[in-house]
Ligand binder design. Structure first.
Ligand code: PEP
Length: 253
C-alpha cells in the first residue's frame, strides 16, 4: 500500500519558541496515537528545523524551500545540504506561494529538485491551477505541464522519492475547498499522467496529497476518495487540535 501522509506547512508563522511548543505537542500526541498507516510531517520555517528535529521522534520534519545552488556566495539562501544536516527528511518545493510571490519557474524548480535529491531529501512537490485556469477549463493542462516540466526528467528511482501535492491555488488559505469530486478527478488524472511516464506500478505507488483549506471538518470526506492519499495542510496545521483531527481522519479511513 502506498504511503499516506498528513503534512503541515507552517509557512512564515510561529516564533522559534512557539514552534517548538507546537511541534512538541504534535509529536507527543502523534506518539500517543501511534498511527499505523499515516506518516505525519511538519514543514517548519528554516530557523526551527534543527530544534524541531531534535525533539521529533514520532513525526518527520520538512523544510518549505531550498536553494537552487549547492553552496557559495548566495546571501540569504539555505542549501539542501544544510536542511539535511539539520535532520530533515523532506522539503516542500513548488508551493504556489513560491511560484507566484518569488517567481519560481519550472527551470528553477528543476534545479531545486536536483539539489534536494542529491542531498537525500524526499520532495513534496506542489502543483495546482489558479482560478482563471480552472474557469477556462485549462486545469488539467496546467497541472500536466507542471508535472512534465518540473519532474518528468527524473529517472524512475528518483521519481519514487517524490510526493505530489495537488493544491488548487484558489483553495489555498481561502476557506474554499475543492469538492471531494474535484479533488478525486484531479488526483486520478495526476496518477494517470504519472502512469503514462513511469508506468502503472510507479503511479500506483505514488503518494498524492490534497492541499487547499483542508480542515478538521472536511478532511474525512476528502480522504474518503481513492486517489487522495493525505493532505498538505496550511492554516489548520498551526493548531494542534485541528492538525490532530486531520491526522485522525486519515488514520481512520
Ligand atoms: C498550503 O499552503 O499548502 C495550504 C494548503 O494552505 P491552507 O491549508 O491554509 O489552504
Amino acid at each position: 500500500m502506498r504511503k499516506r501522509i498528513v503534512a503541515g506547512n507552517w509557512k512564515m508563522n510561529k516564533t522559534l519558541q512557539e514552534g517548538i511548543e507546537l511541534a512538541k505537542e504534535v509529536n507527543n500526541r502523534v506518539k500517543a496515537l501511534a498511527p499505523q498507516h499515516t506518516q505525519v510531517i511538519v514543514g517548519t520555517p528554516f530557523i526551527h528545523l534543527a530544534e524541531v528535529n531534535k525533539l521529533a521522534d514520532a513525526i518527520a520534519v520538512s523544510a518549505q524551500n531550498c536553494a537552487t545552488e549547492a553552496s557559495g556566495a548566495y546571501t540569504g539562501e539555505v542549501s539542501a545540504a544544510m536542511i539535511a544536516s539539520a535532520g530533515c527528511r523532506y522539503v516542500i518545493l513548488g508551493h504556489s506561494e513560491r511560484r507566484s510571490y518569488y517567481g519560481e519557474t519550472d527551470e528553477i524548480l528543476v534545479k531545486k529538485v536536483a539539489r534536494a535529491l542529491e542531498n537525500g531529501l524526499d520532495i513534496i512537490f506542489c502543483v495546482g491551477e489558479v482560478l482563471a485556469d480552472r474557469e477556462a477549463g485549462k486545469h488539467f493542462d496546467i497541472v500536466k505541464s507542471q508535472l512534465e516540466n518540473g519532474l518528468f526528467h527524473l529517472d524512475a528511482a528518483s521519481f519514487a522519492r517524490i510526493v505530489v501535492a495537488y493544491e488548487p491555488v484558489w483553495a489555498i488559505g481561502t476557506g474554499k475547498t475543492a469538492t471531494s469530486t474535484q479533488a478525486e478527478e484531479m488526483h486520478a488524472f495526476i496518477r494517470q499522467t504519472i502512469a503514462g511516464r513511469y508506468g502503472k506500478e510507479a503511479a500506483t505507488a505514488t503518494t498524492i496529497l490534497y492541499g487547499g483549506s483542508c480542515n478538521a471538518k472536511n478532511a474525512d470526506e476528502l480522504f474518503s476518495q481513492p486517489d487522495v492519499d493525505g493532505g498538505l495542510i496550511g492554516g489548520a496545521s498551526l493548531k494542534a487540535d485541528d492538525f490532530l483531527a486531520i491526522i485522525n481522519a486519515r488514520e481512520n479511513h
